[in-house]
Design a binder for this molecule. Structure first.
Ligand code: PLP
Length: 485
């Protein structure tokens, strides 16, 4: 991607006197500003805004937008994030005035269509999860984790049990321990076996009467389905604990396996991953949770219930943990999810999972001849390659390869995660990519590993900015155009 266009700021492009809009002379009586505003509120100098014509502004932003890598412009195999193509149809439906212009303070009688949509969404998620009680409120996967852990804690409190430990495998996503901490619970790490599964001896040693929840990602972050999941669930249940499924990887098992059937008591979905809402860049997401019948009473309030012919929001839930989000959650994301679920139907959803797994296995078989894939001859929806050998032999790191992929027109895979694989590169192609796209990616990777370490250390070479200092950017972000005088 050759992109040498200007990266100047609007302030630097500013030309005194330039205007986007020319307003006619005012033809009604005017009042001086100090009759309208208190004196001390009126600035003595004009704000330092850039002065530009409309085409300058439009070109600036359109050109900037083309410097981004996105699912709509590039292959984006960011493992764990499920960066699938999002059908534009869902965007259009979610922005229909009847959806987008609703106000949450409208009387329920005027919101019946939306409530019906949300109610059906609850039911569809319950069916996919194999868990009957659903809350759509949480605003992201991590938020769903926290809400579900609060539900579990409320359940144990209600039973008079003091259980404070959350057991989490060492391959887990960082949000799992973070959510446990936010819910005021204690994290206990459980080891993985060399094959990448839960170490049952270590799990047994850590289960006791303080265990509240075992959080498991299945398929896990190595892209492997835990073969002993039912045994694990039994061990946790026998110790009096609950099993939480991190549902970020549901794309691999939609319509094939239901978490409730393999022993999960609680789970979250990431509609912005699995059900095609655009994500990344901090955009809104959603993190609905589904829980077992006995945990239903503790779900966040309100939930949408059917009442005769109509629908209403049920606030009368004395055991509820209360609200976790204003109004009904990020409804715009839920509408996209609903459209996606309805347009694919049960058969289509299963096909999505099968195609995602097929694509990942095709790419795995091409990539493993280029970079070792320590855990697996086969995978689910993603797999983790390692550049550890390349680093030992030639000093080329996973970061070098990830950066160089940008020059070839590919967004980098997730790197250095999961932590259990050294120099990890976590690749998730998703079901929406063609075989040609997968081949092009593998071909680029094959060429990159042959390139000189010097060239790779300096990559990317074709992007407007090469390697920003990420630590500095996080610690000392420059958010102002210029320091205040
Ligand atoms: C993305 C992800 C999460 C967190 O979900 P968000 O919606 O980003 O908050 C949790 N666990 C795993 C395995 C994930 O991939």
């Amino acid at each position: 991607m050759k992109n040498t266009q200007s990266t100047q700021l609007l302030f630097e492009l500013s030309k005194p006197g330039c205007r986007a809009v020319q307003l006619p002379e005012c033809d009604v009586p005017t009042k001086p500003l100090d009759e309208l505003l208190p004196k001390e509120s009126i600035s003595k100098t004009a704000p330092p805004l850039p002065e530009l014509s409309e085409p300058d502004v439009v070109r600036h932003f359109v050109n900037l937008s083309t410097k981004n890598f996105s699912v709509d412009t590039h292959f984006y195999p960011l493992g764990s994030c499920t960066m699938k193509y999002n059908p534009k149809r869902n965007e259009r439906l979610a922005s229909l005035p009847g959806m987008a212009d609703l106000h949450p303070y409208q009387p329920e009688s005027t919101l019946q269509g939306m409530l019906a949509l949300l109610h059906q969404s609850q039911n569809m998620l319950a069916e996919i999860a194999g868990l009957p009680a659903v809350s759509l409120q949480p605003a992201a996967g991590a938020h769903g984790e926290m809400a579900a852990l609060l539900v579990a804690a409320a359940y144990f409190r209600d039973r008079g049990e003091r259980r404070t430990n959350v057991l989490i495998p060492d391959a887990a996503h960082g949000t799992n321990p973070a959510s446990a901490a936010m819910a005021d619970l204690k994290t206990v790490a459980v080891k993985s076996t060399p094959e990448g599964f839960v170490d049952l001896d270590d799990l047994a040693a850590k289960l006791d009467d303080r265990t509240a929840v075992f959080m498991i990602t299945n398929p896990n972050t190595l892209g492997l389905f835990e073969p002993k999941i039912e045994r694990i669930a039994k061990m946790v249940h026998d110790a009096g604990g609950l099993v939480y499924l991190d549902g970020a990887n549901m794309n691999a098992i939609l319509g094939v396996a239901r978490p409730g059937d393999f022993g999960a008591d609680l789970m979250h979905f990431n509609p912005h991953k699995t059900f095609s809402s655009p994500h990344g860049g901090g955009g809104p997401g959603a993190g609905p949770i589904a829980v077992a019948e006995l945990l239903g009473p503790y779900l966040p309030t309100p939930v949408v219930v059917k009442d005769g012919e109509g629908y209403r929001l049920d606030y009368d839930r004395p055991k509820s943990i209360g609200r976790v989000r204003s109004f009904f959650g990020n409804v715009g994301v839920l509408v996209r999810m609903y459209c996606y679920l309805r347009s694919h139907g049960p058969e289509g959803l299963r096909r999505i999972a099968e195609d995602a797994v097929l694509n990942a296995n095709y790419l795995l078989h091409r990539v493993k001849d280029i970079l070792p894939v320590p855990h697996g001859e086969r995978c689910m929806h993603e797999f983790v390659a390692s550049s550890a050998a390349l680093k030992a032999e030639r000093g080329v790191t996973t970061m070098d390869i990830a950066k160089r992929l940008l020059d070839y027109g590919f967004h980098a895979p997730t790197v250095y995660f999961p932590l259990v694989v050294r120099e990890a590169m976590m690749i998730e192609p998703t079901e929406t990519e063609s075989r040609a796209a997968l081949d092009a990616f593998a071909d680029a990777l094959a060429r990159i590993v042959e390139e000189s370490p010097e060239l790779l250390h300096e990559a990317p070479h074709e992007t407007p900015i090469s390697r920003p200092d990420e630590v500095q950017a996080a610690r000392k972000p420059v958010l102002r155009w210029r320091e205040e005088e």
